[in-house]
Design a protein around this ligand. Structure first.
Ligand SMILES: [Ca+2]
Ligand SMILES: [Ca+2]
Length: 218
């Protein structure tokens, strides 16, 4: 609060600010920022099975690749999973915010924890929402000891437009399918979608505050 208050040069301005803040506080349908997170978990050491079979590793599905020796060894195998937002309490509020004409998605932070048996690794790996391009490259950041586990975080808005992400979420009915490929075990992932109230809502609130302030000064 202090940066705001220090900009007020008189008691009148302070009183006006207090009134405006009161208006914001008592507004009956003041929209709030919404932030939803879904987290999925698997083992860092899944079973090792023949490569013509796929393997369920907790919330992750490791895909078959008959051209490779095994499934579950973290080499030459795609991993897929789906973030689910529909069951979360604030899902409808988030979709309402995201449906505003100006789009209110402010961040979509993906975190993934991977274990690679390559050093340095993982070599040329990627992650992306299932149907969206381009893929996001995973940094060649893990080395000895081998295998090594590391966590990476990306804001999907750095790679995709707001509308692409919102349309993707809507097209999948609130689910958010993902794919990682192909030289690591993915053992944890989370996606946090954040929104702010649409500009229209903020303008209405600000107008109410200014109108009230004008009446008070007459
Ligand atoms: Ca494999
Ligand atoms: Ca590979």
């Amino acid at each position: 609060m202090s940066p705001v208050i220090t900009q007020c040069s008189s008691m009148r301005q302070l009183a006006g600010l207090g009134f405006a803040l009161t208006m914001l506080a008592i507004a009956p349908q003041a929209p709030a920022a919404v932030s939803l997170t879904d987290t999925v978990i698997g083992s860092t050491v899944p079973a090792l099975i023949p490569s013509d079979q796929s393997l369920q590793n907790g919330d992750f599905l490791i895909g078959a690749n008959p051209a490779a020796p095994f499934t579950g060894d973290g080499a030459d195998e795609p991993t897929t999973w789906t973030f689910e937002f529909t069951a979360l309490p604030q899902f409808n509020m988030l979709m309402s915010e995201l449906g505003a004409p100006d789009g209110a998605l402010t961040s979509a932070v993906l975190s993934i924890t991977i274990t690679t048996f390559f050093s340095p690794g993982p070599p040329a790996d990627i992650v992306r929402p299932m149907d969206l391009f381009p893929s996001i490259g995973i940094p060649l950041a893990l080395g000895d000891p081998n295998p090594q586990t590391g966590t990476f975080a990306f804001d999907l808005l750095d790679s995709y437009s707001r509308s692409d992400l919102v349309n993707f979420l809507a097209a999948h009915g609130g689910a958010f399918p993902m794919i990682y490929a192909d030289d690591a075990i993915v053992s944890a992932a989370s996606l946090t979608l954040s929104s702010v109230p649409s500009t229209g809502s903020c303008v209405l609130l600000a107008a109410a505050g200014i109108a009230g302030l004008a009446r008070r000064r007459r």
